[in-house]
Design a protein around this ligand. Structure first.
Ligand code: IVH
Length: 667
């Protein structure tokens, strides 16, 4: 494969994995594998500046925005850190600093890398006025009310020598002890458990009820002052000052002057971290002098003067007993390793995902093998290697991927460019059918909340429903039978199903469960095409014009509509009264009446598709290319140079995001 094709492939893959991680909250690869793909992409992009793409995953810093909170822009973007995993990479970092500073002496501040969620705290005149999450690095959620409940965060600073305006950043954490107690309590109440303290801290901080937050004993360590020049030129010294103002600053940081000392710090904490009260996942190394930091500068993603060293995940060795196969809602077959129980990072592990056939092949798995299992962060345990020397006996049976669906017996298929096998029987395989119905009724889709997956499974077993369209035919008597006592709940269900007819096209589209079309993509597609028939007949190129849609998604949409059963299902749902077009919202104003407007680039307050909708709502017309008739160009970040040039040559006015929002009165 040539570099160009590989870059395209990596971008596509990283976009998908970003989506799994940030949108679906369900990563499918470890952070480390993600970083490896990203490193490869960054390396190839550096070799090929001509292939630059403003939307490449390499320039993106992920997002954790939630709608419940007001969004606030950070005064300085919240960058993340580059990762390293071994001594060599740490040494490379150190050598690069040496060479960039042209032999000048420097100190390195060695610190623990706390594994929680980052927070920016703003103080004015010593009073906490705002606390904002990292969000996408540019905008974050205002979680001040919740943060005020964290007892280790000072609401009023101590002493007198703090700056009048102070921003300080750090990590919010749920200590192990509180995490374990919280999970014990949840288990007793039959609630789902948090996978790790980071998820628990994040879930807690985003809770809309600050009382709940207060009860959870969150903690916070502070480790960075973005504008610290006025405090001291030394990062380390300014944090010591910050401690004197009442902040919790780790006592386990050291300022060192040699690479050997850096390594001793890393080695010490690799094992000692187990005794810490909070979760850590590595070490952070920072050039201590702020003036040197300034000279070293930042990339768009991370500072050049700092790096994270990630601890290797904990590992255990156990016996592989059996491989079983799960069928997902889209028919994807996931192999699962069943192993002899073993303790790993404090929990008993007996199952691990094997992801796909390639991984089984790469590992050369045989039944009865002794396998190494790792657990990194919240990720489900993974088999990372096999102890081939101890392979049980000659003639041990190699693991062979199944050829037929374990559920319906249909022969499995593989799609181009994909590692997974699929059961193609999407309109007959019981697990897929049930999965599709479960997805359809879920909260983010049709939100039929009086129906749970157990109930729909029951209806399915009884033959009452076969596809989601059958839901709309259910009558009270069908589900209550002659039993009067069940009538009340039956009525409730039928009413809830009927009410779902009001759900807008964007969510109906997501509810259809088209492979790779998640919530955000469904929304973009719905707004772009506005009507299901326009989407059904869209060409590959037209699909690719939609924000967030790449080849994988576009092809998946095309093949979805090539399946007659899907077309028939949509017809049935239309007949049932579901919404398959965007209902024009009332005109917000006539501010843009008669104006043709071109939108280009990426934005922070709304997506591009949302801007197009806003233009229409204010009476304007969104057009694709610039001409003499264009009233103005709404320009986001990283706009293509050709568009800019054309606008300038035709003397077309260029409006920034902010100016546009002011124009329509949304600023
Ligand atoms: S410094 C510009 N120091 O790690 C540098 N970050 O992967 C700002 N983190 O987003 C970060 N412990 O949430 C810094 N001692 C430490 C840290 C730390 C944990 C987190 C932080 C950051 C992430 C980067």
């Amino acid at each position: 494969m040539n570099d160009q094709a590989r870059i395209a492939q990596l971008r596509q893959e990283l976009h998908l994995h970003n989506h799994y991680y940030y949108v679906e909250n369900a990563p499918r690869i470890s952070d480390r594998e993600f970083d490896e793909l990203m490193t490869e992409l960054i390396r190839l992009e550096a070799l090929h500046p001509e292939l630059a793409d403003p939307n490449s995953p390499s320039v993106r810093v992920g997002s954790d925005l939630s709608n419940a909170f007001t969004q606030v822009r950070h005064a300085h973007p919240m960058l993340s850190l580059g990762n390293t995993y071994n001594r060599q990479e740490v040494e490379n970092f150190y050598k690069r600093i040496q060479s960039d500073l042209q032999g000048e002496d420097f100190l390195i501040s060695c610190e623990l890398k706390f594994d929680g969620l980052s927070i920016s705290l703003i103080y004015e005149d010593g009073q906490l006025i705002r606390a904002v999450t990292r969000g996408d690095g540019v905008m974050g959620d205002d979680v001040t009310d919740n943060v005020r409940t964290i007892k280790s965060i000072p609401l009023q600073l101590q002493g007198t020598d703090y700056p009048r305006q102070l921003e300080i950043r750090g990590e919010i954490l749920l200590p192990w002890q509180s995490f374990n107690a919280l999970n014990a309590q949840r288990e007793a109440q039959g609630e789902p458990l948090f996978a790790n303290p980071r998820n628990a801290a994040s879930g807690t901080l985003k809770n809309k009820n600050s009382k709940v937050v207060a009860e959870r004993n969150l903690d916070a360590y502070l480790y960075y002052i973005p504008n610290g020049e006025n405090i001291s030129d030394s990062h380390y010294e300014s944090l010591q000052k910050a401690r004197s103002w009442g902040f919790k600053v780790s006592g386990d940081m050291r300022c060192v002057s040699t690479l050997d000392e850096v390594f001793s710090f890393i080695e010490h904490w690799d094992t000692e971290r187990e005794i810490l009260p909070v979760a850590t996942d590595g070490i952070v190394l920072k050039v201590d002098s702020l003036s040197q930091q300034k000279r070293l500068g930042n990339t768009s993603k991370s500072p050049r003067w700092a790096i994270a060293y990630k601890f290797a995940a904990e590992r255990a060795c156990t016996k592989l007993l059996e491989v079983t196969y799960q069928v997902g809602r889209t028919g994807a077959i996931t192999p699962v390793a069943n192993m002899a129980p073993v303790t790993l990072a404090g929990t008993v592990v007996k199952r691990a995902s094997l992801h796909n056939e390639n991984i089984i092949r790469q590992l050369d798995l045989h039944l009865g093998d002794m396998v190494y299992v790792e657990k990194a962060g919240e990720i489900i345990p993974q088999i990372v290697g096999v102890d081939t020397e101890h392979r049980a006996q000659k003639g041990a049976e190699a693991v062979r991927f199944i050829t037929h669906c374990p559920d319906c017996g249909t022969k499995l298929v593989k799609y181009e460019d994909e590692a997974a096998y699929y059961c193609p029987n999407d309109s007959g395989c019981p697990t897929q059918l049930k999965g599709k119905i479960e997805h359809f009724i879920s909260r983010d889709c049709m939100n039929i909340d009086s129906l749970g997956p157990e109930t729909t499974d029951e209806y399915f077993q009884q033959g009452l429903i076969h596809t989601v369209a059958d839901l709309y035919k259910i009558k009270v008597t069908d589900i209550a039978g002659a039993d009067r006592s069940r009538e009340v709940s039956a009525r409730k269900i039928v009413t809830a199903i009927a009410k779902s007819r009001e759900v807008g096209f964007e969510r109906v589209l997501f509810a259809l469960g088209i492979r790779f079309v998640g919530k955000v993509v469904a929304r973009n597609i719905a707004r772009h095409f506005r009507h299901i028939d326009a989407l059904r007949t869209a060409t590959l190129d037209q699909l690719l014009e939609t924000e967030g849609v790449g080849k994988i998604i576009a092809n998946s949409i095309i093949s979805f509509f090539q399946n007659e059963r899907n077309v028939e299902l949509i017809e049935n749902l239309k007949e049932a009264g579901l919404q398959f077009e965007i209902v024009e919202t009332e005109k917000a104003s006539d501010t843009l009446a008669g104006k043709s407007i071109v939108v280009s680039g990426t934005f922070t307050h709304h997506s591009r598709e949302e801007y197009k909708a806003l233009i229409e709502a204010h009476g304007g017309h969104n057009v694709g290319s610039i001409s003499k008739k264009t009233a103005f160009l709404l320009a986001g970040e990283n706009m293509g140079p050709a568009k800019l040039e054309k606008a300038n040559s035709l003397n077309i006015r260029i409006l920034s995001e902010k100016e546009f929002l002011e124009m329509i009165g949304e600023a």
